[in-house]
Design a protein around this ligand. Structure first.
Ligand SMILES: [Zn+2]
Length: 346
């Protein structure tokens, strides 16, 4: 009796209110490379004038060594952001209900083109491939050795400073495109299983960030995907034996599942959710591909789907110029801004 009398009302309520929040009502994220200090005012304006109106509520700011760390001043990459800069940006984001998540690129990406980043120039003993010359001929990016007894002490100190400076409740540890792992050149890693080595690194960072410091940990997902199974290329999925690590790491890590090309299907999106991970599908500057990934993810969303992350891969000031339509923005920044608007535009 009761059921039949309330049923029409319930049906009305259900039709008026979506059964669950759609992904884009949740994390609307943008990944930005930290600008130089003199680009910070422009980025702040772009946040207020462009990102807030687009409903962006998460900013992943990739800082890496561009920070005036006190624990290891020898590892600063100039021009570096100061703690005061970080606090100002954090305050602005808080004011607009934006979750600001700093990123410190771990394990791989320790060089770019001919430039090797400070950790491996100052501490060459931490290098996974010490025999490769410092200007990196023939490789994509250097890696640090996940088994070196000294490496975590140093990088945890850097992470802790970023977390404190940005008053963050989450950290993105990167970990994409790690091609150099279990190298023959490393006496500690030689002959070991790449998936177990990769998982050890993930678990070490999780122990520090999640278990000890009670933060949320984010990472890129590509090394956890088997390229042969997923039919992705060797960048956005693994051809170097790391994929089984997916079953050796905690499920409370947020996986940023990046795919930048237009495809009919993105099988990793349901796969990560089935494995029990929260997923943040991540796109780049091809607007059609970004929207395709967003829509595919919406169709395959479970309660593990967090929303969407637009990457930019340009300096934050360059991206700000593109968003504001001021000054000379690079073509890449303009395209990234356009893709962002395509994904999050009202
Ligand atoms: Zn090693």
């Amino acid at each position: 009796m009761l059921a039949s009398s309330v049923l029409p009302l319930m049906m009305f309520v259900q039709s008026a209110i979506p059964m669950k929040a759609t992904p884009l009502q949740r994390w609307r994220g943008v990944h930005i490379m930290a600008p130089n200090p003199d680009g910070l005012p422009l980025l702040k304006r772009a946040i207020t004038e462009a990102l807030v109106p687009l409903g962006v509520n998460v900013i992943v700011l990739e800082v890496n060594y561009r920070f005036e760390c006190q624990s290891h001043p020898e590892l600063r990459m100039e021009p570096a952001l100061t703690k005061a800069h970080a606090r100002e940006l954090a305050a602005l984001c808080r004011q607009h209900n934006i979750r600001l998540i700093p990123q410190f690129q771990c394990l791989g990406h320790q060089s770019w083109a001919k430039t090797t980043f400070p950790l491996l120039t100052k501490y060459p003993e931490l290098d996974e491939t010490p025999q490769i010359p410092q200007d990196n001929p023939g490789i994509y990016c250097r890696s640090w050795c996940p088994l070196h007894p000294k490496v975590n002490t140093i990088v945890f100190a850097l992470m802790d400073e970023l977390i404190d400076a940005f008053q963050a409740d989450a950290l993105h540890v990167g970990m994409d495109e790690v091609f150099l792992i279990a190298s023959e050149q490393c006496s500690r890693c030689k002959g070991k299983n790449p998936a177990e080595l990769f998982a050890k690194a993930v678990n070490d960072y999780h122990q520090h960030l999640v278990k000890k410091k009670k933060l949320t940990m984010l990472m890129w997902g590509d090394r956890l995907l088997d390229a042969a199974v997923m039919k992705y290329g060797k960048w956005e999925a693994s051809e170097n034996g790391t994929a089984p690590a997916i079953d050796l790491i905690p499920k409370d890590i947020v996986i940023c599942d990046w795919h930048y090309g237009l495809r009919d299907e993105y099988p990793s999106v349901p796969y990560f959710q089935q494995k029990g991970f929260r997923v943040l599908p991540s796109s780049w500057k091809d607007a059609k591909a970004a929207v395709a990934l967003r829509d595919f993810a919406e169709r395959h969303a479970t309660e593990k789907m967090l929303g969407h992350l637009c990457t930019t891969w340009v300096n934050g000031a360059d991206f700000a110029r593109a968003l504001l339509g001021e000054g000379e923005a690079s073509e890449s920044a303009k395209q990234a801004a356009q893709a962002l608007r395509a994904c999050f535009g009202m």
